[in-house]
Design a protein around this ligand. Sequence first.
Ligand SMILES: CC(C)(COP(=O)(O)OP(=O)(O)OC[C@H]1O[C@@H](n2cnc3c(N)ncnc32)[C@H](O)[C@@H]1OP(=O)(O)O)[C@@H](O)C(=O)NCCC(=O)NCCS
Length: 188
Amino acid sequence: MAKESKSKRIYPWKTKAGGEEMTLRLMTAEDGPAMLEFARALPEDDLLFLAVDITDERAVDDWIRRLKDKIIHTILVEKDGRLVGHGSLIHEEQVWTRHLGGMILLLAPEVRGKGLGHILAGELFRYAEDLGLRKIVARMAADQKGAIQVFEKLGFKAEALLTDCVIDRNDMTHDLIIMSYDVTGFNE
Ligand SMILES: CC(C)(COP(=O)(O)OP(=O)(O)OC[C@H]1O[C@@H](n2cnc3c(N)ncnc32)[C@H](O)[C@@H]1OP(=O)(O)O)[C@@H](O)C(=O)NCCC(=O)NCCS
């Protein structure tokens, strides 16, 4: 059944990316196995810096719990009925950061560079606005040069560099870059 987000966007909806039809829909509690399958098929380089290890069933169960609690809002991308990515907005309601949302974008390699990151970010910005959030924060390792460039193109600005604040799957530490996007447009 189609679901309606606060932004009045009706999900699922279809779009074309790189000439191929993609379906965007909201994640539900039934999508755990598909999320696990998607994550476990990602190349090792992508797994290195996952903030949440969605190859682990417990992490996916926790994700779904936070989805039900409306702490995470996840939009899935499907191609030919198969999960090929997600865009997620995380809204932790700690009182002094209640105006902030976190953004995670993750696409399967075969659907990158076709504009889907842009589409997902647009959906999440709209969601953030409807939730009354003012600022979106994205965190990535300083080594993720491609992702940093993508987020710059999406309108994010680098705000901070924290030394050795990320530890990867191989127990190596990396510098963390915090980028932000002003949903209200005040800093544009
Ligand atoms: C980051 C990611 C979601 C981007 O999605 P995407 O669909 O490939 O991005 P898009 O095709 O929408 O491109 C968005 C913009 O970035 C540019 N871009 C895309 N890939 C790029 C790259 N590797 N290097 C530099 N710029 C790039 C595009 O040209 C586009 O710019 P434009 O708006 O001027 O046309 C995707 O590459 C991914 O899943 N990467 C692995 C996970 C990750 O690193 N996530 C970021 C941390 S949350």
